[in-house]
Design a protein around this ligand. Structure first.
Ligand SMILES: *Cc1c(COP(=O)(O)O)cnc(C)c1O
Length: 407
């Protein structure tokens, strides 16, 4: 099917929820995608921080094929061996004790919110403090936790009980705690809000506040988790542990799966009948995810992400010295943002795609690079070269002095 045909069918038969680039991919290999016309792209978006092993990874492909040939789904009314195995792996590699599986990030956050509320219910606590510019998903409660008014418009009334507080402002957070507060919910590094990092010490003080006031700390690592930042979980960089941890995106390497992990004393709040998901943790998703997590571990991809992330940030900062359009490069592992002096990020994204590089804009002036963890130094060099060309094509260099513009 040609791109034009796909575009026409999409416009006619799909709800208009996405602004889509006019590209239809047909296949992928490693960090590269090929479109239906045969053009190849270097993928520094990875399906929005999802395809952590790149495309068509032999271990993930084999796990999906083999599991599909046995059994895909039986329901949570029965025991599911790959689900038990995946839960064990996640618990043994995290600060948490038990898992619940679902199918997406928003669903993982819904479950986390329900768990925190159930935990606080005995004491009449239900409020959850959230950070401005957060992103927790599109279902109604996850949306209420997402403190960005632009996502709320048209969908009110949202479920009550979410209190937005300035990100990185510990005094404001402390002042917002009331006897009704049950939890604080944060992304350790804000993703969709523009790749905003916590200021030094912030998360440590939040953890202490939670301990002092008996609050549940929910960390949404849906974007930062699974080795992306150069640690399996981003919280490891900040010397803290969550009480509840939510995962999705990279967890299945592209096969839909979400997870909520929790410490035992919190996890115990859920009893049979309190929560559920028909598809959650089925054979196919868990077999895929188990292949992903064991590959991350066995292939040393976390260390690789740390090294390549440092290299990518260094190369981008070198580029910034000759391209005044770049005002800041920030990143941790392979979660990297390039901030521009003007709101031209969407045009740079288009220019880069035309030149064979995929990335996206998280703010009008901020580019996000979240490549698969399997990229090489040559891939980074190529991405930085294409980005340089794209920036040059979008930003008009000032070549002559402005004359006579008055005072
Ligand atoms: C993407 C994302 C979500 C939502 O995940 P979905 O799978 O789209 O529901 C939630 N939180 C964070 C931090 C995310 O990056």
């Amino acid at each position: 099917m040609e791109t034009q045909t796909v575009a026409e069918l999409t416009e006619k038969y799909l709800m208009n929820t996405y602004k889509r680039a006019p590209v239809a991919f047909a296949s992928g290999q490693g960090a590269r995608l090929t479109d239906v016309e045969g053009k190849t792209y270097l993928d520094f978006l990875a399906g929005i921080a999802v395809s952590i092993l790149g495309h068509n990874h032999p271990r993930l492909t084999a796990a999906v094929q083999q599991q599909a040939a046995r059994v895909i789904h039986t329901s949570n009314l029965y025991l599911i061996p790959p689900q038990a195995q995946l839960a064990q792996w996640l618990v043994e590699h995290s600060a948490c004790d038990q898992a619940f599986f679902c199918n997406s990030g928003a669903e993982a956050n819904e479950a986390a919110i329900k768990l925190a509320r159930k935990f606080g219910a005995g004491e009449g606590r239900f409020e959850i403090l959230v950070a401005d510019q957060s992103f927790h998903g599109r279902t109604l409660a996850a949306l209420a936790a997402t403190a960005q008014p632009k996502y709320h418009k048209g969908f009110e009334p949202l479920p009550p009980g979410f209190v937005p507080v300035q990100w990185n402002d510990f005094s404001a957070l402390e002042a917002a705690v009331t006897p009704r507060t049950c939890a604080i919910m944060l992304e350790p590094i804000q993703g969709e809000g523009g790749l905003r990092f916590p200021s030094p010490g912030y998360l440590g003080t939040v953890r202490r506040l939670c301990d002092e006031r008996g609050l549940v700390l929910i960390l949404d690592e849906i974007q930062t988790g699974m080795g992306r930042t150069g640690r399996l979980f981003a919280y490891e960089h900040f010397g803290i542990e969550p009480d509840i941890l939510t995962l999705a995106k990279a967890l299945g390497g592209g096969v839909p799966i979400g997870a909520v992990l929790a410490k035992k004393h919190v996890a115990q709040a859920f009893q049979p009948g309190d929560h559920g998901s028909t598809f959650g943790g089925n054979f196919l998703a868990c077999a895929a995810s188990f292949a992903v997590v064991t590959t991350i571990e066995q292939d040393g991809l976390i260390q690789h992400a740390a090294e390549l992330g440092t290299y990518l940030v260094d190369q981008l900062r070198t580029l910034a010295r000759t391209h005044s359009a770049i005002t800041e490069v920030r990143g941790l592992g392979l979660m990297v943002a390039v901030e521009l002096s003007t709101e031209t990020a969407p045009q740079v994204v288009d220019a880069a795609r035309e030149r064979g590089l995929l990335l996206n804009a998280v703010q009008p002036n901020t580019l996000r690079l979240v490549p698969p963890l399997v990229i090489t130094r040559q891939d980074v060099d190529e991405a930085v070269r294409i980005l340089a060309e794209s920036l040059a094509s979008v930003t008009q260099p000032v070549t002559t002095a402005v004359v006579g513009h008055g005072s």
